[in-house]
Design a protein around this ligand. Structure first.
Ligand code: AMP
Ligand code: ZN
Length: 462
């Protein structure tokens, strides 16, 4: 497989550290609010990546953290902790906020059919590991103390800019970090440990060799990824916004502390943008969530299909019109798959089929999911392959897409409807067609449709 590595700025052949195995870390959510659909695009992209690696035969070990402390409102180490702000906003404790939004996040994650990572460590449960890492950095002379915390001196780390590349550096100086504290030695220095404010009691704070406080956001990811995956590990992924600060700092800490490379491949997903070019921001409070999409009549699968329409390295513009056409596309796909399943439930594997090979090529070339989707469409339209081959292809491709194309639709049908369908089948057996039709009508009024197929009745939501 070829992947574009942000570190080398090139598409490279993917060579794992251990044959046929992949260790991957993806930055998880900061759980102070619901995930917005921009965040969710990144998780869907990462899920396509994981599923592709598995499809290509790798055994994947994935870690996705939960940031439940330490992510400040400003990237320049100023401002409040987003968790504590969330607590103030909702009149709950920071711990309750974390629990509530972690659960909400995993609900969205599962509804989008994203596969659960093997490890989902919480930052608040890994404070000792972070302290150990900061101690190592201190011993090696990378840290200094200011009035508000322990900082990493980026001028001491050779190659600090290697991930972001030269083009980012000027922007950095003028942009995001202008408001930097006078006590910092360099504009790019960042906090490893922040002291609790003297005048205010924080809800989340811990003892440390430097005083009571809480960890910086970046140290969380370095400490937790190394704990579960070792160093180096294969792939680190996340959204493009993290290249110049968060991921750059993760590398600096990990490589300075342990004197070896941190992660071999860095893969970054581009942003979902709104048509009006407004930034989708979780902290502004005004954003679209999976629930708001559902309220507007779109299913999580419609959104997943929408995400498959653009290459992960390209921005994807959100609009309700575009969602509408994604919904139509997805329904068409699902109906086509159901039609094939109504004719056969047998699959005929054939890896020599042109479509199979094209699909493998598409996903192997830097995760070209839009191209892979077009192969799926060609497969569905192809009249020269058998239904059994088609079903096998769709089933294989859906291991990567996760569109639930061959899942039994009846699984999601309420038991009340299933009972009605069974009653109708009974009446049909007794040749009481009038009663059977009446029940079909009741089922319809409840929002479902029954179709008779050679394999028995099929029900689906209208
Ligand atoms: P957060 O919960 O804010 O830490 O962000 C979670 C993930 O969403 C990170 O990997 C970000 O890079 C990513 N992200 C944030 N905004 C967007 C967006 N508009 N489009 C795509 N990904 C985003
Ligand atoms: Zn991270």
């Amino acid at each position: 497989m070829k992947i574009y590595n942000t570190l080398s700025k090139k598409a490279e052949d993917f060579i794992p550290i251990e044959k046929n195995k992949v260790s991957i870390y993806t930055c998880g959510p900061t759980v102070y609010n619901y995930a917005h659909i921009g965040n969710l695009r990144t998780y869907v992209f990462e899920d396509f990546l994981i599923r592709t690696l598995e499809f290509l035969g790798y055994e994947v070990k994935r870690v996705m953290n939960i940031t439940d402390v330490g992510h400040l409102t400003s990237d320049s180490d100023e401002g409040d902790d987003k968790m504590e702000l969330g607590a103030q906003r909702e009149g709950k404790t920071a711990w309750d906020i974390a629990k509530f939004y972690t659960e909400a996040f995993f609900r969205d994650f599962k509804e989008l059919n994203c596969q659960m990572p093997q490890f989902t460590p919480k930052a608040t449960e890994h404070i000792p590991e972070m302290i150990e890492m900061i101690k190592k950095l201190e011993q090696k002379g990378y840290t200094y103390k200011t009035s508000d915390g322990i900082y990493f001196d980026t001028s001491k780390f050779k190659d600090y800019y290697k991930l972001m590349g030269k083009s980012h550096i000027e922007g950095l100086k003028e942009g995001a970090r202008v408001e930097f504290s006078k006590e910092k030695k360099n504009i790019t220095d960042f906090s490893l440990w922040k002291f609790s404010p003297k005048d205010k009691k924080r809800q989340m704070e811990w003892n440390s060799p430097w005083g009571v406080g809480f960890p910086g956001w970046h140290i969380e990811c370095s400490a937790m990824s190394i704990k579960y995956l070792g160093q180096p590990f294969d792939i680190h992924a996340g959204g493009v916004d993290h290249i110049p600060i968060h991921h750059t700092n993760e590398i600096a800490q990990a490589e300075a502390a342990n004197e070896k490379p941190f992660a071999n491949y860095w893969i970054h997903g581009e942003f979902l943008v709104l048509k009006s070019s407004e930034k989708m921001s979780k902290s502004s409070g005004n954003f679209l969530t999976l629930s708001s999409l559902k309220d507007s009549g779109f299913s999580p699968m419609d959104y997943r299909y929408f995400c498959s329409q653009a290459h992960y390295s390209k921005q994807l513009e959100f609009s309700f019109e575009a969602m509408e056409s994604a919904k139509n596309g997805y329904n068409h796909l699902k109906n086509s798959a159901e039609e094939i399943i109504s004719k056969t439930n047998e699959m005929e594997p054939n890896k020599n089929l042109k479509h199979y090979q094209e699909f493998v090529k598409a996903v192997s070339e830097d995760l070209n999911i839009p191209k892979a989707v077009s192969v799926l469409w060609e497969t569905i339209r192809d009249k020269n392959i058998t239904e059994k081959e088609k079903l096998w292809l769709i089933n294989e491709f859906d291991k990567v897409f996760g569109f639930k194309l061959t899942e039994n639709a009846e699984e999601e049908i309420p038991s009340e409807i299933i009972d009605l369908v069974n009653q109708r089948t009974e009446y049909k057996k007794q040749k009481n067609y009038q009663k059977a039709d009446e029940i079909r009508e009741i089922i319809k009024q409840k929002g479902y449709e029954v179709k008779d197929t050679p394999k028995g009745p099929k029900v689906k939501k209208i």
